[in-house]
Design a protein around this ligand. Sequence first.
Ligand code: NAD
Length: 276
Amino acid sequence: SLQSTTTLSNGVKMPLLGLGVYKSQEGTEVIQAVKAAIKNGYRSIDTAAAYHNEEGVGQAVREILEQTELTRGDLFITSKVWNSDQGYESTLAAFETTMSKLGLEQLDLYLVHWPVKVKYKDTWRALEKLYKDGRVRAIGVSNFQVHHLQDLIQDAEIKPMVNQIEYHPRLAQLELRTYCQEQGIQLEAWSPLMQGQLLDNSTLQEIGNKYGKSVAQVILRWDLQNGFVTIPKSTKEQRIIENADIFNFELTSEDMKAIDSLNENRRVGSDPDNFI
Ligand code: NAD
């Protein structure tokens, strides 16, 4: 069902599907998108300080809690600390800004957005404190490669529960996937639709036709069957609904392999070893 979850290493349940809100505009656009998603069964929202729309996400959540029978515990809200705020004290301060913008008492998942060299271990210590203080139910990283994770885990008290990475049929991330699975780190796919670049792919279209599903639905289903949490972005209600209609079919292993064969190790986003 739409509310299917994965259990993180600390026992917290995280929805397998969430709404991404990168580039959803602060104000009406993001508020409408979040409300449309939750109204249509989504329970998880992925934002970040860098998206400049945490206030809208928070407002949408408050309106939903007032207007429906859902309670805060039904929802799973993720945010991330931005690169310029990394470091121990500055991360703690950035977290407070995020929480006052969201207007929430507790966050469900807080992520280190990118592995900023020299700083990410201090940033991680701040996340460990926020977790131990009960301010956030789970902590994790984003855009960490195997070597970043090995380096972090060496000194960490708490292992990251999640690694959110660019993942789509053109970027298979095989080594990172194996490592995270071995370490019990839940993988989460960002830009799962390659920001729209895969939607006219003929292999994916042919597979979709067999199941009566769109290319977007085929890709998102492939994410789930590969054990990834997925967070497609849209601000259009029809697409938000379409992207969630992925729990009522199963791709065969041949179709999974055909999708795997599209891998070209190609990114749409920054390279985690060479960003900014
Ligand atoms: P995406 O792969 O989700 O693609 C979104 C775009 O695809 C939309 O703008 C729309 O044009 C199109 N689209 C969506 N659904 C469609 C449908 N059913 N039919 C046709 N077109 C459709 O791209 P994204 O927004 O980059 O990634 C998703 C989320 O991942 C972001 O919103 C954000 O929350 C997260 N993210 C995280 C990082 C990170 O560094 N951690 C980086 C990028 C994105």
